[in-house]
Design a protein around this ligand. Structure first.
Ligand code: F1P
Length: 350
């Protein structure tokens, strides 16, 4: 006997265990991945995927470029075989990292084949299942052993693949000590979910919220997109994601009393980001801020503080659980089943 949302909730709540498991997997495979990242040094590493895993590709690329100083981009998989010239500069040595929970999405497989055949690119994969068509195409495969899911919408799969990508980027950047810091994430994730569960439910059940905007800069932009997708998939809510300062250039005209703006605050650009949120607050939007600490944020309507003491990139996964829980509660509040969103399948096979 299943109840609506039971798989989604269980997958969200168990994600810290999946983070610990993927870190163990990275430790076991660390040496093997050395050869992959060494190849990216003089070229361009393209991360690619579809839907959630496309958003993951943007964050993973930003993290690799920042931690390892290697040129990297996140690209929707289909663009790599439909319009490769728009993404791939001539004479570059290309490496590909396919991101896919299932390892069976047609576009992702075609992109991997295209990069390998036309650009002689070595292909690596970060996924949640073994023995898939994607794994067959990849010389390096990191499997998030506890990332698999029954729900359509990605939650623990996404965040555990993110943890894996951050750990791999740290290795590529010659920072193996970073992995020990990442080990602090699972207990922090548990604590954070306990502390923010009530807030996620209150916001999720608030029928006064008609639309939601998620704002993030740099590697947090991909996470803002993923939070936006969760809310759409699970709860059929009008939601959009923007880079923080972009929001002033048009989208803010949408702001009204029924708007929630969620800010995924950074440390580096905190002041400029907070200024955007305050401005939207003055225009009537409700504001939820996710930040390392609450200094100077007393004006926010809702605040989630990580208090992690972790480096800025190491704490990226902590933005996700409360936003997933928000989507889950919003779906239930609207009488929807978050486990099986309307019109969607877990994998798109063309
Ligand atoms: C990617 C994906 C999901 C999305 C949808 C269909 O699959 O686009 O992000 O929620 O239901 O599949 P994958 O390649 O990561 O398995």
């Amino acid at each position: 006997m299943t109840t609506p949302g039971m798989f989604t909730l269980q997958e969200i709540q168990t994600q810290p265990d999946a983070w610990a498991a993927v870190l163990d997997a990275v430790r076991e495979q660390a040496q093997a991945w050395d050869t992959f990242f060494a190849r990216g040094k003089d070229g361009l590493t393209l991360f690619f995927g579809c839907g959630s895993t496309h958003y993951l590709s943007m964050t993973a690329a930003a993290v690799l470029q920042t931690l390892a100083g290697q040129a990297a981009r996140g690209v929707p998989a289909a663009e790599l075989f439909l319009l490769p010239e728009t993404w791939i500069p001539a004479h570059y040595q290309i490496s590909g990292v396919a991101l896919s929970r299932s390892g069976t999405t047609t576009e992702t497989l075609r992109a991997a084949d295209h990069l390998a055949q036309r650009y002689a690119a070595p292909i690596a994969a970060v996924t949640c299942y073994t023995g898939t068509p994607l794994a067959e195409r990849s010389l390096w495969t990191l499997v998030s052993p506890e990332g698999h899911e029954q729900s359509v919408a990605q939650t623990r799969s996404f965040s555990s693949m993110l943890v894996g990508c951050i750990a791999l980027a740290a290795l590529a950047g010659g920072q193996p000590g970073y992995l020990e810091k990442l080990s602090a994430l699972p207990p922090m994730g548990e604590r954070l979910m306990q502390h923010s569960q009530a807030l996620a439910r209150t916001l999720g059940e608030d029928s006064g919220i008609a639309q939601v905007f998620f704002l993030g800069s740099g590697p947090r932009y991909g996470l803002a997109c993923e939070a936006m997708l969760k809310l759409k998939e699970m709860s059929l809510t009008t939601s959009e994601a923007y880079h923080f300062l972009e929001f002033r250039h048009g989208p803010k005209s949408m702001v009204d009393q029924g708007t929630l703006v969620v800010g995924l605050l950074s440390d580096v650009a905190r002041e400029a980001e907070a200024a955007v949120l305050r401005e939207m607050n003055d225009l009537g939007a409700r504001i939820l801020v996710l930040a390392e600490d609450g200094a100077g944020l007393g004006w926010a309507d809702h605040l989630v503080c990580f208090e992690s003491q972790l480096a800025e990139l190491a704490r990226l996964p902590l933005y996700l659980p409360v936003l997933q829980l928000f989507a889950y509660h919003r779906a239930l509040g609207k009488g929807l089943n978050p486990d099986s969103p309307r019109h969607l399948d877990a994998v798109v096979k063309l």
